[in-house]
Design a protein around this ligand. Structure first.
Ligand SMILES: [Zn+2]
Length: 157
């Protein structure tokens, strides 16, 4: 796993945990290059590599990776099958921000780590959220400058 830092980075940038299944999928798709590879061929090649994974896991992960822009869909020349190839490396990881409802100020948060953690906890409940931009809405309670803070500043001080 340590021999493919760019694939790991792609997963982290997308806010995904680098699971064995996801890394294996990206390795197969990377090896296929610009031609791309169909989902069932990804599954078959993973089995050949000795990765123990179910076909539904592979399909689910590929769809999620495509939704998040890690993979791009294509169509093979000689058949009508949908193929997948690696998308361009994201210039910036998808943003996670904390925004105040009172004064509309916001700060950027460590997106990759937060996304992995949210995803890990969701997975414990059997959820697989496909996350777009994440914004935590808060009342920042800055007493002088924030509408939310002004109303409760008395209590906070
Ligand atoms: Zn505020």
């Amino acid at each position: 796993m340590s021999d493919c830092p760019t694939l790991l980075q792609r997963l982290r940038d997308a806010g995904l945990r680098p699971t064995t299944a996801r890394i294996g999928i990206l390795q197969v798709i990377q090896a296929a290059g610009a031609c791309g590879v169909a989902a069932d061929d990804v599954f078959r090649q993973m089995l050949l590599r000795g990765t123990r994974v179910s076909v539904s896991t592979v399909y689910r992960a590929i769809h999620q990776l495509e939704f998040l822009g890690v993979l791009l869909q294509g169509r093979s020349d000689h058949s009508l099958r949908t193929t997948y190839r690696l998308g361009p490396v994201a210039q910036q990881p998808v943003e996670v921000r904390m925004a105040c409802r009172g004064c509309a100020r916001s700060v950027a948060l460590p997106g990759a780590q937060l996304r992995s953690e949210v995803e890990r906890r969701a997975a414990e409940q059997g959820m697989q959220p496909a996350m777009g931009e994440l914004v935590f809405q808060v009342d920042c309670l800055a007493p002088q400058t924030c509408r939310a803070g002004a109303s409760v500043g008395r209590l906070a001080s």
